[in-house]
Design a protein around this ligand. Structure first.
Ligand code: FES
Length: 152
């Protein structure tokens, strides 16, 4: 879907800014808000570029740089931390050969951290794109990521 079509889905009200930004980001194959996306959103809502840019910078769910086709968000809040999120993060950094915020060489995954996902009962937890996973172990994470690789 092109930018114009995305914008037209919404009334040009400032209250729609997050929805518009989400859709623009999701529509970008590199899962980020490009300069052109921010410009288009700002023009459509009749606000300065810097306003949209500051919203994009404030919320961790938005990225201002290109990312992989799949976003892994590992929870690092205390309950997940206590249940071994740190070692899971280390495991993922090693197996994907990326640092936090990095993207795998094949462009398949970007590894990010997040605060509580609201599923502390199944800590440690992560999101893969919009899907939630809990009770994670390195083996379980491998199987989730392998499945995703085969789906693409
Ligand atoms: S602390 Fe990780 S899901 Fe709540």
């Amino acid at each position: 879907m092109n930018r114009e079509a995305i914008l037209k889905k919404f009334e040009p009200n400032l209250s729609n800014i997050l929805y518009i930004m989400h859709d623009l980001q999701d529509n970008n194959p590199e899962k980020y808000l490009a300069k052109e996306d921010i410009e288009a959103c700002a023009d459509y809502l009749n606000v300065p570029y810097s306003y949209v840019h500051s919203v994009a910078s404030f919320y961790t769910m938005f990225s201002l740089k290109p990312r992989g086709r799949n976003i892994i968000r590992i929870c690092e809040s205390p309950p997940c931390h206590l249940m071994g999120a740190d070692s899971l993060i280390d495991y993922l950094k090693g197996s994907l050969k990326v640092d936090i915020g990095g993207t795998t060489k094949d462009g398949m995954f970007t590894l990010e951290l997040t605060s509580c996902l609201g599923v502390c009962g199944v800590a440690p937890a992560m999101m893969l794109n919009e899907e939630m996973f809990g009770n994670l172990t390195p083996e379980k994470v491998d199987s989730i990521l392998d499945k995703r690789r085969k789906e693409i």
